[in-house]
Design a protein around this ligand. Sequence first.
Ligand SMILES: [Zn+2]
Length: 336
Amino acid sequence: MADLSFLKNIPLTELHTHLGFSVSPTMLWELAHEQGLKLPTKDYWEFEKLITIYDQKDYEEYLQLYDLTEKIQSSPEALFTAIQVAISGAYRKNNITKLELRFNPILRARGGERDLDHIIVFTLQGMERAMLKYPVKAGVILMMDRRFTEHENAAIVKKAIKYKYRGVVGVDLAGPIKRTENSQGFKPKQIAHLIKQAKEAGLGVTVHTGEATNVAEMWEVIEELKPNRIGHGIACVEDEKLMKHLTTKYIVLETCPTSNLHTKLVKNFDEMRHMYSTLKQHNVPFTINTDGPEMQRISLRGEFEKLLDNQILTVEDILKANKIATEASFIRYTGR
Ligand SMILES: [Zn+2]
């Protein structure tokens, strides 16, 4: 096992983690019961298996894991607690002192039954409260979804702008690709005007692309949306020109190594080694993230260990990735 003593006294930054996947099964179980939610099982261990990943899954199947955690987090009170435990856990377990957490408020509104402002304000207050307990600077990224109508995505951006001085630091786009007609027909161009509004308001922009989607979509995202960062973006290793573009424009990749193994988008450590060495060769700025530590059953430090043990990255690479993450964080945008 790699020696992680080089991380002693190094504050860590994590940019890409989903709130839905950052709360422990125990806490989600508690939150579900506090709300009197009917769960698909009465057995805790079965429940744990439903919301954590044990084997590799197809991408679409993997995203279904979100459905239940989103349901459990669908109340202002649940989010108030969920974000606190996500932030305090990140600090205690990993010494993460800068943390961006992302979530989709509409997917936590029980089909419009819950008020979005309540959902967001309680989340931001939970975040503030965690920051009173631990020396962490945290920020929230509100996510649009490929399945949403334009109207719904516009509502997300509107709320992100409304709460930008209160802890929302950026916007993102995510969601299944094949699940619905909307998601199948989704083109990044459709949200270009929304991204523009977010940028003009001073918010950071990141987009999930080049994960389960191809290089062609990555190009479209870069040209139409001009994001500051890209969620995953690993498909770029197939395209020299694209890597060059990412480097010159300094578009930072938020890579999530174990997540890519879990979704079979990266087959094994050999493929992963090749991927990171290609990124390094072309000087593409990248960061290391968990994508959601509790659901993946990993930690950021554990990811570093895994990358070192499998000779995928060196100590210098890891320190560099952490430095890039700290500097590329959207938290600076709103002066927090
Ligand atoms: Zn993600």
